[in-house]
Write a protein that binds this ligand. Structure first.
Ligand SMILES: Cc1cc2nc3c(=O)[nH]c(=O)nc-3n(C[C@H](O)[C@H](O)[C@H](O)COP(=O)(O)OP(=O)(O)OC[C@H]3O[C@@H](n4cnc5c(N)ncnc54)[C@H](O)[C@@H]3O)c2cc1C
Length: 400
């Protein structure tokens, strides 16, 4: 029997790839393996659930069983892949070997944990999947005060969502502004003041040092000597692409699992997609790049090697109190921000040395300009002539 295409992970990367594959090929055996319950859901909605009054079950879109039927695939849930074995073209689940024709690593990124002292560690919640969200929703029931660690994009989205859902929110982050590295200070200030109008209290500069149970909830001690009272802590300090198993198997890794423009790792027949992948030096933990990868990789796996390309990749940040769209300039770009600000409406353009638009950050009413500006932005990963990928040996590589 032919070994299946094996996809590890049933997040947006794994499931969307399976869907795209099935559009091109209804029959090749397909096996998806996931350490979670395999429910299909849209991860970006996790930071909108309190405002929308949606718990984890209502954010789930389809069970693993329904997905297996829809995709004509086998789906193994609550199953963790523990080792890759490229030499023998198989993966290991504990002591069980699973052979593959082609393997796709779509196993995402894991929350970074910062060291915090104290006896209330169990009250610190990272929220990076539906099961995390279910645990947090259950713990938040009947509670009122949430401390958020991190003032990046995800921390700010959770602040907006929890405030709208009726919670009291404190945000603690070591940076001097919110979303550092992503936003010029004027845009950051506009979003921060919007969140403050909703009731958020920002503590920028210190980090959380200790978290202890106290008579009236939890006592959070910050590195600048402040003490805050809260009931729960959301940790939104960042994500790290999962690379350990790939590195152990000898695959090249950097920030993510290193792949070329066909999303192939340093080993033949092994590809990486989504949050775990570093494509041509870019580790972008967003949906748009992942979807471009899905379309290219499905073709490659069906015998038509295809390079991925990214157009402009603006991100809409879900802080409805102060709408924000940002298209960060490429890393290492030389240029500077030009900012026009009027209250909460900020139009910040990042211009290169010859005046060309390389990025932007728009808040409030200025977000209406995004479509027009997108047309002027250079692609994040320019198209390559597909002819370069059409060597016949490549075309047939999955058959060898
Ligand atoms: C709260 C939140 C809001 C977001 N909002 C936005 C947004 O508005 N716009 C945007 O573009 N992006 C947003 N993002 C980012 C976006 O959601 C992610 O880039 C995307 O969902 C990543 O999908 P993935 O499939 O690569 O990874 P994941 O969804 O993390 O899936 C990984 C899968 O791998 C499985 N797995 C892991 N290890 C193993 C193993 N060893 N064996 C078997 N299975 C394993 C997991 O169980 C899971 O099924 C948001 C992220 C978060 C956390």
């Amino acid at each position: 029997m032919t070994a299946p295409i094996v996809i590890i992970g049933t997040g947006l990367a794994g499931y969307n790839l399976a869907r795209e594959l099935r559009k091109l090929d209804g029959q090749t055996p397909l096996l998806l393996i996931t350490s979670d319950d395999g429910r299909s859901y849209s991860k970006p909605l996790l930071s909108t659930g309190f405002a929308m009054g949606k718990d984890a079950d209502s954010l789930g879109q389809a069970t693993a069983g329904a997905m297996a039927e829809q995709l004509n695939a086998e789906i193994r849930t609550h199953t963790r892949v523990t080792r890759l074995d490229p030499a023998n073209r198989r993966v290991w689940i504990g002591n069980e070997p699973v052979p593959y024709r082609d393997l796709v690593l779509a196993w995402g990124a894991q929350p970074i944990r910062v060291p915090v002292e104290g006896d209330a560690q169990e009250a610190i919640f990272p929220i990076n999947d539906l099961l995390d969200y279910a645990r947090f929703r259950a713990a938040a029931q009947g509670r009122r005060r949430v401390l958020i660690l991190g003032a990046g994009l995800i921390g700010c989205e959770f602040a907006n969502d929890l405030l709208t859902g009726g919670y009291q929110v404190d945000v603690v982050a070591p940076s001097t502004q919110i979303m550092p590295g992503l936003l010029p200070v004027e845009a950051a200030t506009a979003v921060q003041s919007g969140l403050q109008q909703l009731g958020a209290r920002f503590h920028l500069g210190p980090v959380l040092q200790r978290l202890d149970h106290a008579a009236d909830g939890l006592r959070a001690q910050l590195s600048d000597g402040q003490t805050l009272l809260c009931d729960l802590v959301v940790s939104a300090v960042g994500l790290r692409p999962r690379t350990e198993l790939a590195a152990e198997a000898g695959l090249q890794v950097a920030r993510g699992i290193v792949v070329d423009r066909r999303l192939q790792t340093s080993q033949p027949h092994i590809y990486a997609l989504g949050d775990c992948a570093e494509v041509d030096g870019l580790s972008l933990l967003y949906v748009m790049p992942l979807m471009s990868g899905v379309r290219a990789l499905a073709k490659t796996l069906c015998g038509n090697p295809t390079f991925v390309s990214y157009g402009p990749m603006p991100v809409t940040v879900k802080t409805p109190i102060c709408p924000l769209v940002v298209s960060p300039p490429p890393a290492g770009a030389s240029g500077s921000w030009t900012v026009e600000a009027q209250g909460q409406d900020v139009r910040a353009l990042y211009l290169g040395s010859s005046g060309q638009l390389l990025g932007y950050a728009l808040t409030g009413a200025a977000t209406q300009e995004r479509m027009a500006l997108n047309k002027q932005l250079p692609p994040v990963l320019a198209e390559l002539p597909q002819i370069l990928s059409l060597k016949s040996s490549d075309r047939l590589s999955h058959e060898s």
